[in-house]
Design a protein around this ligand. Structure first.
Ligand code: ADP
Ligand code: ZN
Length: 213
């Protein structure tokens, strides 16, 4: 599958991507995970990205396109990819379209995860993330077996720096202003498929049905 996952922060893009990845060997590409790894490493990219991320603002398009243009040409993308958190702006979507055309890659679709704002807010404030492998937990509905420790890799499970109430509210505003317009962009491209469900299993089933149709 070659898919874009659209949806607000907390809509479940990462969870759905991980489940889809297990189905057919497609690789999840999360720009948020790539950026957090760069910040942790202290690389040049990480240094440039950190302040934007902590405030809940978007990292500049040019930085993101530099990473993604290279990432999409890696060997593991041949089996398929699930873009999680990218594109995030109309200029990124335009640039992605040009890159894919040049690499001769056709997308299967852009899946829009349509989740009510109250659900999103509740999820973001209770979400916890493994600093090492990016696994996602929820203090209410899906805590790790041992508090603060990742079930999968033993890494530390924490609340992200951009998951303070202030940064969350800014991320949702940024989403509405910069990213929500991608829904009509992909509708015009004839690639949009919207799913309204708060269950990731239901979303995965709907995507499978759509892709195999
Ligand atoms: P979420 O979808 O939960 O908001 P992500 O992990 O996708 O979180 O992204 C975290 C942060 O990383 C964003 O708030 C932004 O600062 C930065 N980021 C991730 N992807 C992009 C992108 N495609 N363009 C610009 N900034 C990005
Ligand atoms: Zn982990």
């Amino acid at each position: 599958m070659k898919l874009i996952l659209l949806g607000a922060p907390g809509a479940g893009k990462g969870t759905v991507a991980k489940k889809l990845m297990d189905l057919d060997g497609s690789v999840q590409i999360s720009t948020g995970d790539i950026l957090r790894a760069a910040v942790k490493e202290g690389s040049e990219l990480g240094k440039q990205a950190k302040a934007f991320m902590d405030a809940g603002d978007l990292v500049p398009d040019a930085l993101i396109m530099g990473i993604m243009e290279e990432r999409l040409q890696a060997e593991d993308c041949k089996a398929g990819f699930l873009l999680d958190g990218f594109p995030r702006t109309i200029p990124q979507a335009e640039a992605l379209k040009a890159v894919l055309a040049r690499l001769n890659i056709a997308l299967d679709g852009a899946i829009n995860l349509d989740v009510p704002r109250e659900v999103i807010l509740d999820r973001l404030t209770t979400r916890r993330t493994c600093v090492d492998c990016g696994a996602i937990y929820n203090v209410k509905s899906m805590p790790p077996k041992v508090e603060g420790v990742c079930d999968k890799c033993g890494g530390q499970v924490v609340q992200r720096d951009d998951e303070t109430e202030e940064a969350i509210s800014n991320r949702l505003d940024v989403y509405n202003e910069k990213t929500a317009p991608l829904v009509s962009f992909y509708e015009k491209e004839g690639l949009l498929f919207s799913v309204s469900s708060t269950s990731s299993d239901e979303v995965v089933a709907a995507v499978r049905a759509k892709i195999s149709a």
